[in-house]
Write a protein that binds this ligand. Structure first.
Ligand SMILES: Cc1ncc(COP(=O)(O)O)c(C=O)c1O
Length: 376
């Protein structure tokens, strides 16, 4: 919201006007899923699971057809129980959303009023800011030197109107991460009135022992929320289900305004089955662990630097500004070959492309195409 925008008399506008600042919000731009003239492009633009979905989750989804006439359980009891058991968490401290996107949105609605602010990294995930701006809050972007969250820069943005600090760890679109010691330092320096949201959408792909998603920190804190999603590791992006682990007071605020039936019967059933399919989860992690360093190395061989190292299921690649070699031209070149990757100009990274780690054939096709692009 611009503080200098002239006040608008909405009552006498002669038509319904959205609230101030709303039309200045840039709508979320999803990863491309279509390439002109190509029937089935390879989609490496949305960080989906290259292995698809757990067969067990698919079966559970199919079985859901018997229940489609019924409202889902608003408390998502079966998912709540499964997550609580799997992670050793108190079931009553879990919150659910139509994707973790909705968890962020509801937290924003619950804690922000006009003039408040949120703090996030300069290249932070777009959904944090969209929801905050819709609450007429200010979005403060802390510089990320070296494409990495810097705790001191984040803290420097915090003031008495800060209500939420969002930290995606690993980050999207950077793929970089900060060790738990830094997360703890951030938490210790924040006023207790600030909610610290630790978004672990890609946390399962971060295998370094210094990484921690923060569940233990959240267990003993009154202001930490850890979020996770079924979209990435579990390959359920199409079903839209995410969750968070929060202190009792935050759960109470959240559930007051949460749309009651925000996770569907198919998503609840599939999520429970996916959680139980450890073989699929392991295979998903192994695929990423195997091809992530390979991609970085091959890209380096082409003279293209990757940001990182990435701890997520994608790599962020930097292109030169030389005409004929730019990120935008590479994106178009790859699309013409049926390979869809993600331009991230909207994240303040106009020279970069984000590429989801695919199956072997996808990864090899990507490198072959980029080799041709760099030679062309
Ligand atoms: C950093 C980050 N957090 C959260 C999400 C949201 O995931 P979902 O709404 O599918 O649960 C994404 C999705 O791309 C993401 O990149």
């Amino acid at each position: 919201m611009s503080e200098t925008a002239p006040p608008v008399d909405r009552a006498s506008a002669g038509k319904p006007l959205p609230k101030p600042g709303l039309m200045d919000i840039h709508a979320y731009v999803p990863g491309k899923s279509k390439a002109e003239g190509i029937a089935e492009p390879t989609k490496l633009s949305a960080n989906e699971n290259a292995l698809g979905t757990s067969p067990k989750a698919r079966e559970a989804y199919a079985a859901a057809i018997q229940h489609l006439h019924m409202y889902p359980d608003p408390g998502a009891a079966i998912v709540r129980k499964a997550i609580a058991e799997r992670y050793g968490l108190e079931p009553e401290r879990l919150i659910f959303g139509c994707g973790s996107d909705e968890v962020f949105q509801i937290l924003n609605q619950a804690y922000l009023e006009p003039g408040d602010n949120i703090v996030q990294g300069a290249h932070g995930f777009a959904a944090f800011a969209i929801g905050a701006k819709a609450c007429q809050a200010e979005v403060r972007m802390a510089p990320e030197p070296g494409y990495r969250i810097d705790v001191d820069e984040m803290l420097a943005c915090v003031d008495e109107r800060t209500r939420i600090v969002f930290l995606a760890n690993p980050g999207n679109p950077t793929g970089t991460w900060i060790p738990f010691s830094e997360v703890r330092r951030l938490h210790e320096a924040l006023p207790p009135s600030v909610v610290l949201v630790l978004d672990g959408a890609y946390g399962e792909f971060a295998v370094d022992p210094a990484f921690d998603d923060g569940l233990e920190l959240a267990r003993r804190s009154a202001n930490v929320v850890v979020t996770h999603t079924f979209s990435k590791l579990h390959g359920l992006a199409g079903l839209r289900i995410g969750w968070g682990y929060a202190p009792a007071d935050i759960v109470a605020a959240y559930d007051r305004i949460r749309p009651p039936f925000n996770t569907s019967i198919p998503s609840q059933l599939a999520a429970v089955a996916a959680l139980g399919d450890e073989a699929f989860q392991q295979a998903s992690i192994e695929l990423v662990e195997r091809w992530r360093p390979w991609l970085a190395q091959q890209l380096g061989g082409l003279g293209l630097e990757t940001v990182g190292p990435s701890a997520a299921n994608f790599v962020l690649v930097c292109f030169p500004r030389t005409p004929g070699r730019t990120a935008a031209e590479a994106e178009a070149f790859l699309a013409a070959r049926g390979l869809l990757v993600r331009g991230v100009g909207g994240y303040g990274l106009p020279d970069h492309l984000r590429m989801t780690i695919g199956l072997e054939a996808h990864n090899r096709a990507l490198i072959d195409a980029l080799a041709d692009f760099m030679r062309s």
